[in-house]
Design a protein around this ligand. Structure first.
Ligand SMILES: *[C@@H]1O[C@H](CO)[C@@H](O)[C@H](O)[C@H]1NC(C)=O
Ligand SMILES: *[C@@H]1O[C@H](CO)[C@@H](O)[C@H](O)[C@H]1NC(C)=O
Ligand SMILES: *[C@@H]1O[C@H](CO)[C@@H](O)[C@H](O)[C@H]1NC(C)=O
Length: 491
């Protein structure tokens, strides 16, 4: 009987231990960890650029909406045709151009969610230029795209023209959000940790009509023009941003053509050092009036034929003349035209046209500067016959322009921004980060939908009580177990 009693008490003790461990484990599982069906939310942003418009649809899990890096890209849709500013003389067509992508965007969202989808349209340098030229035409274009977007069952939040500085800052936010570099939640410290400033990436964006640079400069509290202060997840950042209107690649190519034509007045054939030998293009001088970047001084009504020379050195020299470097005097903290810029610092992502041009030239694999220069020079010396035979798939309107664009990129990065042989290595030419395209749209949506809290998220602060509860449960269970064991040993 005594042996049986002992067996029984051991069995009871064993059962109690198992029960306590199970209870302990269960007490450690926080309510939030119990998987509930996730509520997916969506957002839509049209990027209305100078040469084309794209629609991006993003999605995120509503339960995690204040953490970093949880928004992903569901859809990217390219609007057919030109940018919305090209419809200045027929604004309703700007609205109509968006329909196909709006329909695709809606298909990407469950029907029950559509009415909750915040939808934005942000226009950039093409519309900034149109507004400068004819503000009532710009207003009409915005009114038409607004009218179209309101016809669809989404929560339309507005169509507006971003300033260059906003465009630059949102590109910087997108980049660092996608790379999860803003802040990390440390479960061990139960706190949001400040990232090393040096781990934040700078952003280099090259559009059709403007180009943007943004980065965190060295030195405390930069208090000059061009600095923006952002507070995200409880930390404050001082970033330098600048946007250069008329320095996007299309405007630069037009300004270059105009400069070459002005240098040989009254000639109907003008040598173009950046176009390939054997290529020629006839342009109407009246076309320069279409943009404030080239409208003055006005050229006579005439046609001029630009003849390619395939001269890389001459191309670089001609491009440099589009920048006023002497306006900086002796100042090192200056790019051109007297624009202040602190020394570049840290890693950079160069996206949009920086990427497309370098991708075509196979220069996105981290090649050193000397190799990039060499590749560009060799490409520029190839004849039009050779190029069109070698790249039959390439858009024939784009193919003759890579030499000019690539040399422009070199001039901008090296002469203006002052990257050098060694800091060149810290520029990564890429289009995507994670699964999303790098651009200003995601940062814009995150900001306008309050997905980027200034304060550290509340749910993180809520973890401490959960751990306290677990500790209390543990102590209570240990005491209970001890008592039970004591009780059994008396039996
Ligand atoms: C996210 O943060 C906002 C503002 O700080 C707050 O109103 C919202 O409830 C938070 N959402 C979640 C899921 O924690
Ligand atoms: C500006 O645009 C409006 C609307 O398209 C047009 O009627 C007007 O003639 C334009 N004005 C100028 C100065 O071009
Ligand atoms: C890039 O590399 C691919 C594959 O190696 C090659 O076919 C193509 O011609 C290269 N492009 C240029 C512009 O050199």
């Amino acid at each position: 009987m005594l042996a049986d009693k002992k067996h029984l008490s051991r069995a009871i003790a064993g059962a109690l231990v198992a029960l306590s461990i199970t209870a302990l484990v269960l007490s450690l599982v926080r309510v939030e960890d119990v998987p509930l069906p996730p509520t997916v939310k969506y957002g839509m942003v049209f990027d209305a650029g100078s040469s084309h418009t794209s629609l991006f649809v993003y999605q995120w899990d509503a339960d995690k909406e204040n953490s970093t890096g949880v928004v992903s890209q569901t859809l990217a849709c390219d609007v057919q045709g030109q940018g919305i500013s090209s419809y200045a003389s027929d604004p309703p067509r700007a609205g109509d151009s968006l329909r196909e992508c709006l329909e695709q965007g809606l298909e990407a969202v469950p029907a029950a969610e559509q009415r909750n989808v915040p939808a934005y349209l942000g226009a950039t340098a093409g519309m900034r230029l149109l507004r400068e030229q004819n503000s009532s035409a710009a207003d009409q274009v915005l009114a038409e795209v607004t009218k179209t977007m309101r016809e669809y069952p989404v929560a339309f939040k507005g169509a507006q023209i971003l300033t260059g500085e906003e465009e630059a800052a949102y590109g910087w936010i997108t980049t660092n959000y996608l790379l999860d570099s803003f802040t990390k939640y440390s479960p061990r410290a139960h706190a949001w940790l400040r990232p090393e400033a040096a781990n934040l990436l700078g952003a280099l964006d090259l559009g059709g009509a403007s180009t943007q640079i943004s980065f965190v400069p060295a030195g405390p509290g930069l208090k000059r023009n061009g600095s923006s202060r952002l507070t995200l997840y409880g930390f404050s950042y001082s970033i330098y941003t600048h946007s250069y209107l008329c320095y996007g690649q299309n405007e630069v190519l037009r300004r270059l053509a105009k400069q070459l034509i002005e240098e040989s007045p009254s000639s109907s054939r003008v040598a173009h050092p950046c176009y390939p030998e054997g290529y020629h293009e006839t342009i109407s001088l009246a076309s320069f009036r279409a943009s404030p970047c080239t409208e003055r001084p006005a050229l006579p009504d005439a046609e001029v034929t630009l003849e390619g020379r395939g001269d890389a050195r001459g191309c670089l020299a001609a491009l440099r003349k589009l920048f006023n470097f002497s306006a900086c005097g002796q100042s090192r903290d200056c790019t051109f035209d007297g624009v202040y810029q602190p020394p570049v610092r840290g890693q950079f992502i160069a996206f949009s046209a920086f990427y497309y041009n370098f991708k075509f030239l196979n220069l996105t694999e981290g090649q050193p500067l000397a190799a990039a220069r060499d590749t560009i020079q060799r490409f520029c010396s190839r004849s039009w016959g050779d190029l069109s035979a070698s790249y039959p798939q390439e858009n024939p309107a784009r193919l003759p322009k890579y030499c000019a664009s690539a040399n422009y990129i070199l001039t901008l990065l090296l002469d203006a921004y002052k990257f050098n042989e060694s800091s060149w290595k810290s520029i990564s030419f890429q289009m995507k980060a994670g699964s999303a395209d790098v651009g200003w749209t995601l940062g814009y949506m995150l900001n306008l939908t309050n997905l980027l809290p200034a304060e550290a998220p509340a749910w993180a602060k809520g973890q401490a009580p959960a751990l306290w509860a677990a500790a209390v449960a543990f102590i209570v269970l240990t005491l209970a177990l001890g008592l039970a064991a004591l009780l059994l040993s008396w039996l």
